[in-house]
Write a protein that binds this ligand. Structure first.
Ligand SMILES: [Mn+2]
Length: 321
């Protein structure tokens, strides 16, 4: 935690009357949770400030808040805050250059610096927990409502795999305690997150019947457009099942392949053994050491990645002996 930089960010938020918060493309619980949590803190503390959240609509996260659509003029004289986004081109709204100042708040290994202030803390398992570092640092001034607590808890839950992933520590729970102190009610959140449609339930049946394993311990599944069509699920929904492959004791690595717009094949990669981010980098991807993604482009290349992952699993098991 960089207290000086948090103080700089606090000073800018205090100074600007107009603040625009943007998430990354294809947003998840952490970036929308951070954005709406930060908006709530700013509005609860300074009700007269204008605060906007820019991002795509995501049905299952719509309970966190409503995103805004704004004209170019609104950017004039504004502070732009990008959350949970490592690269400039991944920012949802590319009009950030029209803002007076830009702050980046993120927890991914920096691919580039693009803010006037860049706050990157890779030791925090979610950006919501960085927002909470800011909140706790200036607790005497900042306020939060139960809506903000809900948003920040949701992002913390989704990015830590419900407190299971590495990076969760005492600070995580000290921050979560602050959310309870500010009116957090968790029941509603679990009610929303634990919902599953008929379609996805049936797709899950298919998924659990059709995964494959390599010799040395890589579990994987290839989700083709025809499967998506047959079961009437979205790609996001289908991909959310990735960790269903993480239960095998003999498979330290698991991968979900799916085809995106324009026939582009991507991989979601997970590990409970060796670090896999370098492998992801080799295939035009990146992310965290145990959870990352790769851009294969074509189905043909998936077999290369599977072979590389299998080699990694083999080495890992040999080292354990
Ligand atoms: Mn995140």
């Amino acid at each position: 935690m960089d207290k000086q930089k948090l103080a700089d960010i606090f000073a800018q938020i205090k100074k600007f009357d107009k603040i625009i918060i943007s998430v990354h493309k294809r947003p998840d619980g952490d970036c929308l949770g951070s954005a709406f949590g930060l908006k709530d803190i700013i509005k609860a503390t300074w009700p007269n400030k204008e605060v906007y959240v820019l991002g795509e609509y995501v049905e299952y996260l719509s309970f966190l808040g409503k995103t805004d659509e704004i004209e170019d003029e609104v950017f004039e004289g504004s502070l732009f805050i990008s959350v949970d986004t490592a690269g400039r081109d991944r920012i949802f709204d590319q009009r950030f250059t029209k803002s007076d100042m830009m702050i980046k708040i993120d927890h991914h290994i920096a691919v580039e610096n693009f803010g006037d202030i860049d706050y990157v803390d890779v030791n925090r398992p979610s950006v919501t927990l960085i927002i909470l570092d800011l909140f706790r640092e200036f607790q005497d001034v900042l306020k939060m409502t139960s809506n903000g607590a809900r948003a920040l808890y949701t992002g913390t839950l989704t990015d830590t795999g419900r407190f299971k992933y590495s990076g969760v520590d005492g600070d995580t729970f000290r921050s979560v305690a602050v959310l309870y102190d500010n009116g957090l009610e968790t029941r509603e959140i679990y009610d929303v997150l634990d919902v599953r449609t008929d379609e996805l339930t049936r797709f899950k049946g298919f998924f659990l019947q059709n995964f494959k394993k390599t010799k040395n311990g890589v579990a994987y599944i290839k989700i083709l457009p025809k499967h998506i069509k047959k079961f009437k699920v979205s790609l996001e929904e289908a991909s959310s099942l990735v960790n269903e492959l993480g239960y095998f004791a003999e498979c330290p690595i698991w991968i979900l392949f799916a085809e995106y717009e324009g026939g582009i094949v991507r991989a979601r990669m997970r590990s409970k053994g060796p670090a896999i981010n370098e492998l992801a980098n080799k295939y035009e991807g990146g992310g965290h050491s145990m959870a990352c993604g790769a851009n294969l482009g074509t189905w043909k290349r998936t077999n290369l990645l599977i072979a590389d992952a299998d080699e990694l699993a083999k080495k890992y098991k040999e080292e354990l002996k």
